[in-house]
Design a binder for this molecule. Sequence first.
Ligand SMILES: [Fe+2]
Length: 238
Amino acid sequence: MWFFSKRSAPINLGVELVVEVHNHVLPGVDDGARTMQDALQMMFFWAEMGYQKVIATPHQNTSMNAPEYRLQEAEAKLHAQLQEQELPIFLTSAAEYLIEPELRKQLDSLRTFGPKRYVLIELGFWMPPIGWEQVVFELQQRDYTPVLAHPERYSFADKQTMKKWFEQGYLLQVNLLSLGGAYGREAQAKAEYLLEKGWVHFLGSDMHHPSQIPLVAQALTHKAVRRHIPKLLNPTLL
Ligand SMILES: [Fe+2]
């Protein structure tokens, strides 16, 4: 039996974002939620915030590569718990792919979300993988729509780089955790800059653990977030 404290006045800050698009809520499949209780705490948070749907995006790379049946099993178990808890929130799953040579082997069977076959991709934090733009092109050729995760977190990407990405038509997903200051002032400032410029297509939490809930909640009250929510594509995923 899981135990959760009831909060007296839900603030429903996610009610306009509606759909949570980047997180590691599936328990035991990557470096995210370790237990079902972790996962349920995160799901309760999103439900309390007013989200209607959560798209789980477990890591898929050479070091975190849970096979398809384990991802499906984790999703099914969490889904069953949501029903038992009568939590009114829809769960589905895709993945977060690191752009690396091995990815080429699975280009025909990537886990996608949304009506445009969105694929969430990430780069290394300190150096862009050689030839990654070619991989993005190959994804587009296969009728996927790549979404670049947390552009604000790449230390090699300055404002000019992020501008170039936006102008090239890359869809950009900024982390609420960046806006909450989880990765330091530089990532936070870049995330704020991207929002102010109107270059953000999706906001997602990238939450790995319930201990990050307060920072995500704080980010949802961020002035720039409140101002730019109407321009985001999150609600199109409902
Ligand atoms: Fe992530």
